[in-house]
Design a protein around this ligand. Structure first.
Ligand code: ATP
Length: 212
């Protein structure tokens, strides 16, 4: 279970998240308008942003004690809203990046990659292209794959449906709904609840940095 308790986060000297408290045990969606604080919340969970006060725990691990690059070791994967692929690396290398911290053997790395490609087979078509050659939608899929390859316990997907063409949005609904069947915690964000309802996520609302 992901549990957030009285979390305050500031950017510069502006307090963005205010006493954020909630628990998530399965499949949930943080809904809030632009600027409500969704990305700030996910970045705080990933230790990309420091907290002013409060606690973030996943199972028994205090996440604020863990560095971002160590999140993969405890099975936490993150898909940023703006994808953040390394554009001059191949798609394959981009997907494998989070595994670098795990010191896996080559066979195990191949096994993990094969599992992801079985889940999102369309990536096979462009696996060896450089990421800059992909469309925005294809980059979204690669970013999801990169999060999934390590996110076996907790998967954080920031606005996965934002700005994608309708056909890809439907495909993402299908893929993310399948994640719901797995024994893991998935938390997505969305600016309204249209897709969150389709994937049957538990809805948590955020407004001006506060859970309402
Ligand atoms: P969006 O869907 O537009 O990304 P969001 O809900 O994810 O919205 P955040 O990106 O978390 O919202 O932003 C929350 C607040 O923090 C906003 O008021 C935003 O202006 C502010 N903010 C975010 N990043 C910065 C930054 N680098 N510098 C200053 N203010 C920031």
């Amino acid at each position: 279970m992901l549990s957030i308790d009285n979390l305050d986060v500031s950017i510069g000297n502006i307090n963005i998240l205010k006493s954020v408290t909630f628990k998530v045990s399965k499949f949930s969606s943080i809904i809030g308008r632009n600027g409500a604080g969704k990305t700030t919340l996910i970045r705080a969970i990933m230790s990309i942003l420091p907290n002013d006060s409060g606690n973030i725990k996943f199972k028994d691990t205090v996440l604020t004690d863990i560095k971002t690059f160590e999140m993969s070791k405890i099975g936490i994967g993150y898909m940023p809203e703006d994808r953040r692929l390394i554009t001059d690396l191949s798609v394959k290398d981009n997907i494998l990046i989070p595994l670098w911290t795990l010191s896996l053997k080559k066979n195990d790395i191949n096994y993990e990659l094969e599992k992801i490609l079985a889940f999102i087979p369309e990536i096979k078509e462009f696996l060896f292209r450089d990421a800059f050659q992909l469309s925005g939608g294809q980059q979204k899929l690669v970013s999801l794959a990169r999060a999934m390859i390590v996110g076996k316990n907790l998967l954080l997907l920031d606005e996965p449906f934002e700005g994608v063409a309708p056909a890809l949005a439907e495909r993402l609904v299908e893929l993310i709904s399948e994640l719901n069947e797995l024994n893991m915690v998935t938390m997505i964000t969305e600016s309204d609840e249209s897709f969150s309802k389709k994937i049957n996520a538990e809805i948590i609302r955020i407004e001006r940095g506060q859970i309402i």
